[in-house]
Design a binder for this molecule. Structure first.
Ligand SMILES: [Zn+2]
Length: 364
């Protein structure tokens, strides 16, 4: 019997003794703790539910969160690092690896965990360096059932990805967040600049604080961690850290610096908030090939282009140029294809810009 059920049984059996029975039981934590421990793996506690309110202040603690079981009845364990500050304050949730081929955020979290001193921290850092366990093992963007874990939040009793999302949302992510940053990169064969998405004035301010090259105001897509958290009262941003499938030193360092700047602005750590000046945008267009072949980019990632400017050529298998791809709009290139093999209709680049229409202020 679980401790909570045992207590309930005691209360039912002797209701008149309830106040007397409750006091001593409540004192022998973790009997009443909301964090549910179900075992350990190599000395690290395995938990089915986390409540950072249970944890001792001024410490770093590691957990394996059991997000679900695979077909072999083995848990899809998710690593959790909690840095609980000596003084109470906001709980910042930082997640990475919801897409299994997007790795820079994992290194950001590892570095942040090593750098933040809980004795000096105000509030709590709840960090999950790898949400999509099977995707990380297989280096796939998707979950084991082929679904996008970042389109099925907050989850439901459906397929494997739905259930994984539901366990994460209910037992780990939503109950422990006052604000959140979900770390990503572009997917295989493509690359981003340092790039943050936001959907409200409050999250735009968060996005600007993490110091990306570009902020995109965007109503977002249903089922993303960012949009579901923001919609549920936890301001959240998506922070894109460049290329997939690598730990890129520059992107990782900028990610760490950006999160430290956000924490400083929120009063979690002492210091001076650094001024940032990202290019804020609210419109985006994907430029695509008309023909298949080998692509050579002419305009680098992050460069400014004008409508009609050549940004790539397509050559056939003999090297003869068959197409010159031009910018569909004037703006800045925030995404490129890094894989030169292009089918007809594949993306070459994306261009972002600011639309002055008032209705586009939060995305268009
Ligand atoms: Zn992603």
């Amino acid at each position: 019997m679980k401790p909570a059920l045992l207590l309930a049984a005691l209360l039912l059996a002797a209701p008149t003794l309830a106040p007397l029975a409750l006091a001593p039981l409540a004192l022998c934590a973790p009997a009443l703790a909301a964090t549910e421990r179900s075992g350990s793996l190599a000395g690290v506690p395995v938990i089915d539910r986390l409540d950072t309110a249970d944890l001792a202040a001024g410490q770093v603690q590691h957990f394996w969160f059991r997000a679900g079981d695979n077909a072999l009845a083995q848990g899809w364990q998710v690593p959790v690092i909690v840095v609980k500050g000596a003084r109470p304050g906001p709980r910042l949730l930082v997640t990475a690896g919801i897409h299994g081929d997007e790795l820079n955020g994992i290194a950001v979290i590892h570095r942040l965990a090593a750098q933040i001193d809980p004795a000096r921290l105000v509030g709590t850092l709840v960090m999950v360096p790898g949400l999509n366990t099977p995707g990380l093992l297989a280096s796939t963007r998707e979950f084991s059932d082929g679904n996008n874990l970042n389109r099925v939040m907050p989850g439901k009793a459906g397929g494997a990805a739905d259930r994984h999302a539901q366990r994460l949302w209910d037992g780990l992510l939503r109950p422990n967040a006052d604000l959140a940053v979900d770390l990503h990169t572009q997917s295989r064969g493509t690359a981003y600049v340092m790039y943050a998405f936001a959907s409200t004035a409050e999250t735009r301010a968060m996005a600007e604080l993490v110091g990306p090259d570009i902020v995109k105001m965007d109503g977002g897509e249903k089922g993303t961690l960012e949009n579901e958290l923001t919609g549920d009262g936890v301001p959240a941003i998506t922070f894109e850290l460049g290329r997939p499938e690598v730990f890129d030193a520059n992107s990782v360092q900028r990610g760490v610096d950006g999160l430290i700047n956000l924490m400083t602005a929120k009063g979690m750590i002492a210091g001076t908030v650094a001024a940032t000046a990202p290019f804020v945008t609210n419109r985006i267009v994907a430029v695509r090939t008309g023909t298949a072949g080998w692509m050579t980019l002419l305009a680098p990632l992050g460069s400014d282009v004008v409508k009609g400017q050549p940004i790539a050529t397509i050559a056939d298998s003999f090297g003869r140029i068959t197409e010159t791809v031009t910018a569909a709009e004037s703006g800045r290139i925030n995404t490129i294809a890094t894989d030169p093999r292009r089918d007809a209709g594949d993306m070459v680049a994306r261009i972002v810009w600011w639309d002055t229409e008032p209705k586009c202020a939060l995305g268009c």
